[in-house]
Design a protein around this ligand. Sequence first.
Ligand code: SDX
Length: 379
Amino acid sequence: GVAQDGYYPGLEGVISSQTAISNIVERDGAGVLEYRGYRIEDLASRVGYEEAAFLLLHGDLPTRLQLGDFNERLRAARDLPGPLIRVLGELPGSASPMDVLRTSVSLLAHDDPDRDAAATDHAANVRKAERLIARMATAIAYRERLASGLAPIPPDDRLGHAANFLRMVTGEVPSEAMRRAFDGSLVLYAEHELNASTFAARVTVSTLSDLHSGIVAAVGTLKGTLHGGANEEAWKLLEAVGSPGRAEAWVAGALARHERLMGFGHRVYKKSDPRAVILKEYCREIAAEKGDDRWERIAEPIEVAVGRKGLPPNVDWPSARLYHYLGIPLRLYTPIFAMARVAGWAAHAIEQIDHNRLLRPRGRYIGPTHRGVSEIDRR
Ligand code: SDX
């Protein structure tokens, strides 16, 4: 979609807000992503999700004291309110985990201690965001256990955010390498400037609606397969190819049928998504720890074949393999994207509220005009 005198299909290339939260650029063919001025490569290798979330919400990396207090607040918020526990047990088994998560965020709004705070109350919005970080993780894991006919596993206060989630879903405490890889994936999923779901959150709160309404809008937006839903589709693509030797022909056939190859291409990164580069290393490391590189050997020729079309792997391509290696059920891949991205969504929503201007673009009318209303029996 190329701009035609003020019309930008899909808002491609449009700057709709100024933001100090993250910056995405492509330099010399390599994607560069920074959160509050810190390169994502440094953050993913040196801090955990808690520190990255604190950075996004508060603007700086936490001191040891600040991190301790933040972790205490997260632990205190991990348990779910009664009404949500009841609903998680009553929603039909066929309900998609992203729909259940959207409903969960709505219900968490009703039980939030700051529910009566003004929509513009910065401190209350930060507290709401911190509680959502903790509770979305518990809600996803709790519902998954119920939907699998298994007893829910309560949060374990001895574990950090990443390990606690894996244990609540799988029942196992992960190895240090698995914990670190999962924690790194949450850091990499945490924020990405004005992607569609973040933009949805900003539009929502730009009317002075509340933070939870903005996060509900973001969850609904992320669900789509062109956005967060791509990581589950990426796994299905890997399974459809099934062996390294079939990759070339399979990709050629799919492209000939004008199919979208999920996990590839990006609105901003045209050469390389820096997150996919880091996640691919985690995939190789955990595949080696598990002693099975089958899916790595299938992924490689797919990347080569699709790369020849100028479509780089995006963040959703390697995360699908990593989550498979970690024993996470496929239907949780996109909810995990959401529980990580809620830090970025909330940071943007709060930034929007603090420096607000209603987000309201125009439409160019191309329909018929000057039509007369005829009697119903003559239409
Ligand atoms: C995320 O925005 C963000 O930052 C998102 C995200 C984040 O962190 O928030 O990075 C997370 O959503 C990553 C993207 C996950 N989605 C997918 O993997 C779905 C598959 N990808 C595509 O649908 C596509 O690449 C988009 C939607 C991601 C971006 O598409 P654009 O910028 O709208 O580009 P386009 O659809 O106009 O495509 C340009 C051309 C088209 O060919 P023509 O019709 O012009 O001949 O490239 C082709 C497309 O057909 N193309 C693809 C393709 N992506 C683009 N063809 C096949 N497979 C693909 N994946």
